[in-house]
Write a protein that binds this ligand. Sequence first.
Ligand SMILES: NC(=O)c1ccc[n+]([C@@H]2O[C@H](COP(=O)([O-])OP(=O)(O)OC[C@H]3O[C@@H](n4cnc5c(N)ncnc54)[C@H](OP(=O)(O)O)[C@@H]3O)[C@@H](O)[C@H]2O)c1
Length: 383
Amino acid sequence: MISERAAFERALKEAALGRGDVEPNPLVGAVAVEDGRLVGVGHHADYGGAHAEVALLEALGGSLTGRTVFVTLEPCSHQGKTPPCADALVAAQPDRVVVLTEDPNPAVAGRGIARLRAAGIETVVSEDAELRQRERTLNAAYYVHRDRDRAWVIAKWAMTLDGKIASRTGDARWISSESSRREVHRLRAHVDAVMVGVGTALRDDPRLTPRDVELVRRPVRIVLDSRGRLTESARLFEDVERFPVWIATTERAPANWRRAMESRGATVIEEPARNGRVDLAAALVELRRRGCERVLLEGGAELFASGFEEELIDAVEVYVCPRLVGGREAPTPWPGSGRASMAEALTLEHLRWDHLENDQRLRAFVHSPRVGGGPFKRPAERA
Ligand SMILES: NC(=O)c1ccc[n+]([C@@H]2O[C@H](COP(=O)([O-])OP(=O)(O)OC[C@H]3O[C@@H](n4cnc5c(N)ncnc54)[C@H](OP(=O)(O)O)[C@@H]3O)[C@@H](O)[C@H]2O)c1
């Protein structure tokens, strides 16, 4: 006979499997129990993809009759990137639903539980304080992100073993293996926006589209270009109908350049300036306002430097590749003055390392000693 505690312990374990792939969404796990036996598990595995309850339903062929569902977070009741899970549960008719924690998201906040009860499904909230606290800790990034106004930011780069993201002439094609580059396409298909500085747009002329992968999201491509340097011939414009191009600029950009960009299909967004350049923090607030929750920074060096200096990077995905290119002028992922001591260094937590051909990939969250943690800091604690 599986106890409520054991069922939730398993559901929390399932939830944790989504770490690094779902943020800023919450990590959620669900299990189904029938006659005291565990009969199915599910978790939210991908940002924009199926929620835990739906994954559980898929694992069980759609029916929950005669079963109790234990779910670590209240089922959603609103149409988000996927349909409401409360409705999916109602349709599958479980005997009982036990929820570990209520969702503080104002779009849910008790409505998921109310919807289940209104449909006649016995629904209770767990009173196990210790397990409820474990869920709060597991989803610290979610609870904090909810309270702040900017998008969640992942910085991704490939570097040589000597820490260079390009040679001294700016050549970066290619540092990483084909398998690593395929993974980058997969990552692009799981974000709302891919962002580069205009330096990278001019030097590499990238398309920044997800290619040869299933599209979970359809990312907008964004260039930070304070003075209007992007040209009409940029390859970014090739796919502008399918993957919109937004250019974040400042008042310094000339009106005729703005018109030229708009005639190529781009949306030009004027942002406040910080030190003469687009204010990255303000741009990330604006992006969230426009519906971009998850933003991938793809470089280059100057853009990463702003992100790290201003502590706007929540997570990193780094490919460390077996090459050495040397050179004092060759860019690193954080040029500029950096931090003065190791005590002030940003540190990484929840590390996940894996191999792709001969590359090593690290996925991790950024933690700042100054404010007590990147994704985990409270807005009030920010400088
Ligand atoms: N290995 C990798 O993963 C990787 C990835 C990407 C790029 N790269 C390499 O990186 C090199 C380009 O790097 P980069 O440092 O020259 O260019 P960058 O970071 O792509 O672009 C920097 C430019 O963006 C504009 N910008 C606007 N707002 C900004 C802000 N808030 N913070 C920073 N920049 C802002 C500035 O120009 P304005 O003032 O004119 O607006 C700035 O000079 C290339 O060699 C490329 O191959 C490597």
